[in-house]
Design a protein around this ligand. Structure first.
Ligand code: 7TS
Length: 408
């Protein structure tokens, strides 16, 4: 147990929170879509463009050296945060989506063939479904799906049954964006490895809420996005085992990923550069590292503790609310309150709440199979972060009462 979080101090770090929407204080509860950014991240990006902007890994001049040093220092910050073995295992990407596509293309095309199976779960985000479908189509492999129960928990018995020597890879979301469910990835990884399958964990949601140690987990691929961790959009990371990455062909060809090029033959660069073709999002990477430093300064344990209090508070209110059905009631869950209200479409709810200053997400959350499972077209989703308060949860439920009355 760390120090308790000082919510007021944390709120003052986020300039965007201090504004009104339709004359009401902004209540930002769409953190699963993207979190807001603290001053230190905004300042780091600004400082980079004001003082250090240059292309990396190529210039001999001072600005280029500074930009390169900052970019590579950011890689070390991110390596430490996830406890990767070396910086060779830290590949910068555009985000979770690109990280998964990289693995599905590069690793998938070389390691998955006709008759092989890819195993995913029923609660995956589209970005951990579609790239595997595309791969299966290319190589004539089969996509298998682990079912879930009514609470939105993975059926571990079915998982064991579906796992076989044919399983080449298990793709699993660490924390579901539509349900909040936290999956038992340690067990999943152990069982998958026992049949010789690799495991890709989609950490887009989890990384800002749950401590991740890729060595302790022994995970093969861990993908996440900076923008859900108080960092910039358009940047993320793929953490993967060096031995696995070494045996993978490049994902994209271009500058920075080569050592020598002739028209006859190209020699690829060493890890991690082999997978970082072209000029990357340098400012984004620098901002990402700053966001990680921000998380470290508060401490992930303290963050998780505080967010659990907030989720419990909101969940109690949801349970007591007439006409509201929670979608996703897993025993192990975090930060997400998904629900539908009798007689009010989630999109109408979203619009009514916006008029009250309350920002939530309404829709299928890029997890259409989850909607199909619960037989709903969409859900309303409030998702919490370290800067949210009990008063904001109250504001959400006051706005929900208004919506219910309006449609009664
Ligand atoms: N996986 C999960 C579990 C996600 O929640 C998201 C984004 C992604 C992958 C894709 O991440 P990206 O950064 O590459 O886009 N989820 C959401 C959401 O819940 N609302 O907006 C985006």
């Amino acid at each position: 147990m760390g120090m308790p979080c000082d919510t007021e101090a944390i709120r003052s770090d986020f300039p965007i929170l201090h504004q009104e929407i339709y004359g009401k204080p902004l209540v930002y509860l769409d953190n699963a879509a993207t979190t807001q950014k603290p001053h230190c991240v905004i300042d780091a990006v600004r400082h980079y463009y004001e003082k250090d902007n240059a292309n990396i890994h190529r210039g001999v001049h001072t600005l280029s050296e500074r930009a390169t040093a900052d970019y590579e220092a950011a890689r070390e910050t991110i390596r430490l945060f996830f406890n990767a073995r070396s910086k060779k295992e830290v590949i910068f990407t555009r985000g979770t989506t690109e990280s998964i596509n990289l693995v599905a293309s590069s690793w998938g095309d070389t390691n998955v063939g006709k008759g092989d199976e890819i195993l995913i779960t029923h609660m995956e985000h589209h970005s951990n479904i579609v790239p595997w479908q595309m791969l299966c189509e290319r190589v004539e492999a089969t996509l298998k799906v682990v079912p879930m129960n009514e609470a939105g928990e993975m059926d571990m018995h079915a998982f064991e049954t579906l796992l076989s020597e044919r399983t080449k890879l298990v793709g699993v979301v660490h924390m579901s964006n539509a349900l909040g469910t936290i999956n038992p990835i340690r067990t999943i990884i152990k069982q998958a490895h026992a049949v010789g399958a690799r495991v890709l964990v989609d950490g887009a949601q989890a990384a800002a809420h749950v401590a991740v140690d890729v060595q302790a987990l022994d995970v093969d691929f861990y993908a996440t996005s900076a923008h859900k961790m108080y960092g910039p959009t358009g940047v993320g990371v793929l953490i993967a085992k060096e031995t696995v990455l070494d045996a993978m062909p490049p994902y994209q060809g271009g500058g920075d990923m080569i050592l020598t090029v002739t028209f006859e033959k190209t020699q690829y660069n060493d890890l991690p550069h082999k997978f970082e073709a072209g000029t990357p999002n340098i400012a984004g990477v620098i901002g990402f590292a700053k966001a990680i430093e921000y998380i470290n300064a508060i401490g992930l344990d303290a963050i998780a503790e505080r967010e659990k209090v907030l989720l419990d508070y909101a969940t109690q209110k949801a349970v007591a609310f007439d006409g509201l059905r929670q979608i996703g009631t897993a025993k192990d869950k975090a930060c997400v309150l998904s629900f539908v209200m009798d007689g009010v479409h989630p999109h109408d709810l979203g619009t009514i709440l916006d008029r009250e200053g309350v920002a939530i997400r309404a829709g299928h959350h890029c997890a259409m199979p989850v909607m199909q499972f619960y037989k709903v077209p969409a859900t309303a989703r409030a998702s919490f972060s370290i800067y949210n308060t009990e008063a904001e949860v109250d504001a959400l439920f006051i706005a929900l009462i208004k919506a219910r009355d309006l449609f009664a």
